[in-house]
Structure formats: C-alpha cells, structure tokens
Design a protein around this ligand. Structure first.
Ligand SMILES: C[S@@+](CC[C@H](N)C(=O)[O-])C[C@H]1O[C@@H](n2cnc3c(N)ncnc32)[C@H](O)[C@@H]1O
Length: 314
C-alpha cells in the first residue's frame, strides 16, 4: 500500500461540470472520481464524497487485495467504473455493509468508512478516510409515501443525520419557505413546535398534526420569511430554510439572525442558478462552526448546516 499525494473527489451525479470547474489541473478521471495531486485551497462543494488520504495497492490476487483492505479497517464501499467482475470478487471477501434504507431518526455509527475502486486488473485505489459519513456519499431512507406532501423532507433528514442531532420534543423551530409542508411534517413528527412561514399555503393536513400535548404542532404564518420580526419570533431552538431565493438574500437574513443571537442551530438550502453563486457559498462556508455540503438528496443546491457544539462525551 502506497499513499499518494492529493485528493480524490467523487462528483455529485449530474454536477460533474460544477466539480471540474472547482478543481485545479491536471486531473485524472476514473469514472465519477477525479484525482488531483494539488487540491484547491478553497473548499470543494460539488462533491458527493472526498477521499482524504488516497492510496494505491498493486496486487496479484483477489484475496491479496481484499486482505489489504481488511487489514486497514472493517468497512469499505466500492465505487466502480471498470473491472466490475474482479471488483465484485474482491467485495465478496470483505465484511458486508448494509444497503438497507434507514429509518429516520438514525444515529450515525462512529466506525470509519472507506472507499475503493479498481484502476486496472492489478491496481486498487482507495482511502480509509472520507468526507462523507455515508458509504461513498450515499444514504437512502425508508420513505413515507403518504404523510409528507413533497419529498423535500429527505434532505432535511439527511442534514439532521449528518449533524447527529435533531429537534427534540417541544423544541421551537422556524421553517422558512415551508410550503407545501414536507420539512414541517418531518419536524412536527419529531414532536417539535413548528412555526411554518411561507407566502404560499401549507397542505391542510400538515396544520392538523398534533403535538405531544395534543394541541396542533404547527403554526402557519403567511409572510415573507425574511421580514419576520425577530423580536416577535423570540428564542428558537432551530431555524430551517428551504425558501426559493437567491443565496445572497438568504445570507443577509442569516447574518441578521446570527447577530441577534436568537438561535444556535440552522439548516438552510442554498438554491443555485446556472453556475451557482460561488462568492456567497464561500461566505456561508466561512461562518464559524458551520459547513456547506452537497447532500445526496440535494439537486442544484447546497446545504448550509450549523449547530451548537455537541456536549463533550466522557
Ligand atoms: C422548495 S419550496 C419548499 C419546500 C418545503 N421545504 C417542503 O418540504 O415542502 C420553496 C418555498 O419557498 C417559498 N418562498 C420563497 N421565498 C420566500 C420568502 N421570502 N418567504 C417565505 N417563503 C418563501 C416559496 O413560496 C416555496 O413554497
């Protein structure tokens, strides 16, 4: 096993051009994977997973390749673009990792998850450490096809699993840009008190979801979320925003919210148009304690997540 300099980026499917625009040249492409020896100094956003410490293994036999991976750690997921038959033989000699859709809420395990690919019949590339906590950046949830009025709740679930916490029963949440109500539905199901703000209406049944005390869990405000009075909102445990707006408008609002100190936990979607707003994305990424990611369930958008520090575990 030989470590190699640089990083390998796995493109978010459909956004290969965005990733290529972010990466310095020269780059080598292995299917969905892009290897660069000199990673850019700025954060790379349009990736599903980044290999943080790539290595190469030259091997003679299937069992030798599998043993090399097993000796490093238990969990590995292949990302294949060639040598499929040979790769499946190697994979069959590695401990299985579940592909089952996850039921939300689900606490991420701590065990590291590596990825690997074959470059040719005798060369394996891999990384034991990755940026995504999900196998090769993929997370599938057991979906609810009846409760929520849209599938947007999947990106909310993914964000919350990623930050290893979610609103607890009774916590006050603002859902800005809430219509038709997918995120609000997901929050109300956790027992949270949700203020759902949108100029468009929520689906009626979302307003009827009961809270833990039997009273409605959701209060609907027909309003521009960005001009809500912060004094009237008062202290909030979480602020969520999936509003269809320019990232720069969202940033102005978030700056005000942070300055007012009314909330510590945020999940906001940065909706992009065309090539995206790099300037604002970087400004979001620079907010201390936060991160900007392309979720598996994001489309032409990124997600800014910032939560209060987790209490120290003894
Ligand atoms: C993608 S939809 C939100 C979907 C929602 N998260 C769900 O799970 O069903 C975007 C919403 O943002 C709302 N929106 C856009 N600008 C807004 C603003 N300034 N204030 C409130 N809502 C806004 C739109 O009316 C639209 O309903």
């Amino acid at each position: 096993m030989r470590e190699i300099p640089g990083r390998v980026y796995q493109a978010a499917p459909g956004f290969e051009d965005h990733l290529e625009a972010e990466l310095a040249r020269p780059l080598q492409r292995w299917g969905p994977l892009y290897y660069v020896t000199e990673p850019p100094e700025h954060q790379v956003f349009w990736q599903q997973n980044t290999w943080l410490r790539p290595f190469l293994v030259e091997f003679d036999s299937i069992s030798q390749a599998a043993r090399t991976l097993r000796d490093i750690q238990r969990n590995w997921r292949p990302v294949l673009h060639t040598q499929f038959r040979r790769a499946s033989l190697i994979a069959s000699q590695l401990p299985p990792i579940s592909n089952k859709p996850r039921t939300f809420p689900w606490l991420l395990p701590d065990a590291p998850l590596g990825v690997w690919t074959l470059l040719d019949a005798h060369t394996l590339a891999g990384s034991a450490a990755c940026s995504s906590p999900f196998p090769a950046g993929v997370i599938n949830f057991a979906e609810d096809r009846e409760g929520p009025p849209s599938r947007a709740y999947l990106k909310l679930w993914e964000s919350l699993v990623r930050c290893r916490r979610w609103p607890r029963s009774g916590e006050r949440c603002l859902d800005a840009g809430a219509s038709p109500g997918g995120w609000t539905w997901a929050l109300a199901r956790l027992g949270a008190q949700v203020i759902a703000c949108d100029r468009a209406p929520l689906e009626r049944r979302i307003l009827d979801i009961p809270g833990p005390d039997g009273q409605p869990a959701v209060t609907y405000l027909k309003h521009d979320a960005f001009t809500l009075s912060l004094a009237e909102l008062g202290k909030l445990d979480w602020i969520f925003c999936d509003a269809a707006c320019y990232p720069s408008r969202l940033y102005e609002w978030v700056e005000k919210l942070l300055a007012a100190g009314i909330c510590e936990n945020f999940v906001c979607t940065l909706k992009m148009q065309g090539e995206g707003d790099h300037e604002t994305t970087r400004r979001f990424a620079e907010i201390p304690g936060g991160m900007v990611v392309h979720l598996y369930h994001n489309k032409h958008e990124l997600t800014w997540i910032k939560t209060a520090p987790l209490p120290c575990q003894s």
